[in-house]
Design a binder for this molecule. Sequence first.
Ligand code: FES
Ligand code: FE2
Length: 355
Amino acid sequence: MAYPRLQWYVAATSGEISRTLLERRILDEPVVFYRTESGLPVALAGLCPHRLYPLAQGRLTGDAIICGYHGITFNSSGRCVHIPSQGKIPDRMSVRGYPVQEVGGMVWIWMGPPGSGAPGPLPDISRAGIAAPGFRHDFNPLFRLPARYQLLIDNLMDLSHLSFVHAATVPDGAHVAGVEPQISESQGVLSVIRKFGQVPAAGFIQFLHPDIVGDVENTLTSDYFGPSFINAGGPWIRKPGESVERQMNFFHAMTPETPHSTHYFNGVSRNFSLDNEGLSQMLLGQSAAVIAEDIRALEILEAHMQAGGSNLKEISVVGDAGALRVRRNIGAPIQAEQGDTPVAEQAKRPAPARI
Ligand code: FES
Ligand SMILES: [Fe+2]
């Protein structure tokens, strides 16, 4: 499968990377992660070039990895620094080092192929309330999605599914499917916005903001930062007379593991009740319950896509406008990165009919 490679992907939450070697498959490549003695995250190609033994089965000595099979040793740049059986070290006895950076409690990896130039900028995740003044954010443990990452992007860019997939877990989402979304784009972020207008502060809104009585403006949004990161924002509440919107965000990072599975990172951010630890735990639990429903639905879709046997074309509707824009957005960078080679498997699906 072709992946958009010129992207920063979340490889792990900060707490997952330590002085214990961690192997994780990213864009179908085995990668080994650890921290240097000074605490910096390192990502190296996961197989020893000698006999392709997984480096995660070796051990650290200082900032270097000793391969667990024959002891060849690589520093944190991936350069070989020791071969037990010989003094001369050939240049090609090395492993690739991936650019990484740690921002917002996440370790991000740049998957651009060697020779493709310097990494681009990280998405501005402060717009999702991560590492942003006045916000706090918390993470769920990593989920594994047994489906291709594009299905998760489709899912998150069309929140009308809240009214159906999550009818039991998000009772306030019953009206979402009936509200026509607006599409806008600013600073490289594509937003699908549903404005509910003035609504009574009831249900989940009242639970979150017990101090509010009467009507509030309520907004729900999906912000697409790129194929690796989407923020589902809402409810965003504006109380009459208040200048600052009270925001809650369910942010999602999707990192392809294989052509048919995805590392699914999730967390919640908000700019109110910052010291309420119990609220954080409750929201994370709520998000996990919702995600379990999405995983179930996308696993079913993935299985049917792999089984094939249907010539049916998808028929799109108004609510798909954002997801369709994103599908085109994903296909284009892959084409640009790969010249004339075929685009992602996603684009090989039958073309959706016109809206
Ligand atoms: S496979 Fe790593 S040293 Fe032989
Ligand atoms: Fe969902």
